[in-house]
Design a protein around this ligand. Structure first.
Ligand SMILES: *[C@@H]1O[C@H](CO)[C@@H](O)[C@H](O)[C@H]1NC(C)=O
Ligand SMILES: *[C@@H]1O[C@H](CO)[C@@H](O)[C@H](O)[C@H]1NC(C)=O
Length: 181
């Protein structure tokens, strides 16, 4: 009797530990390899929008990072104008090391182009929309954020799975209690 009670408590404790750690696992920072296996290169003529499609299949959060892997090319962080016109005359940053890690530090759009304008015009450019995972978390010290971009507002509302997940685990715990009783 006593030992079966002990087993039950242990199971409950284990489930509670899983409950507590699960949301943390979801919020962990992710590193994305830009373009997947293809990496950062001039797209083939049949897939000029490969980076747009790649970005649309992902969700980028503050704290995540992008890894660009490339050869004989470059990555430039540019503004919106530079992105749409493939103009890298005034880049924000330039990288040529072949293996570049970019940290996504704030919400909003970030624009990347190849430093070769022809590559850019052929589709080697990337725009990612970075969203905040914890809208209620304390603001960054660099609070020089003007009005948030129109995109991030609508996007951030769809980021709400953790509460439901917690509820789900609570239900699992409740079910296991009723089974044991
Ligand atoms: C990179 O450039 C060098 C010399 O400019 C060339 O020999 C090499 O084949 C190029 N590599 C790729 C992957 O294009
Ligand atoms: C690129 O933009 C700069 C201004 O930032 C402009 O002076 C230059 O003419 C532009 N180049 C091209 C090729 O459009």
């Amino acid at each position: 009797m006593v030992s079966s009670m002990g087993g039950f408590c242990f199971t409950t404790l284990l489930l509670l530990i899983i409950t507590a750690s699960a949301p943390a696992a979801i919020t962990s920072e992710e590193e994305f390899k830009v373009g997947g296996a293809a990496g950062w290169r001039q797209p083939a003529a049949i897939e000029p929008d490969m980076y747009r499609r790649w970005a649309q299949s992902m969700k980028f959060h503050v704290g995540d990072s992008l890894r660009f892997v490339y050869k004989n090319d470059s990555v430039m962080v540019v503004d919106k104008y530079g992105f749409y016109h493939c103009n890298s005359t005034n880049p924000i940053s330039v990288f040529k090391d072949g293996n570049t890690l970019i940290n996504l530090e704030r919400p909003g759009p970030v624009y990347f182009v190849s430093g070769d304008p022809d590559h850019c015009k052929n589709g080697q450019r990337l725009m990612v929309e970075v969203i905040t995972l914890h809208p209620q978390s304390p603001p960054q010290p660099t609070a020089a954020s003007p009005a948030p971009s129109p995109f991030s507002g609508t996007e951030s509302f769809s980021v709400a799975p953790p509460p439901q997940l917690v509820l789900f685990y609570i239900l699992v715990v409740a079910t296991s209690i009723s089974i044991h009783i």
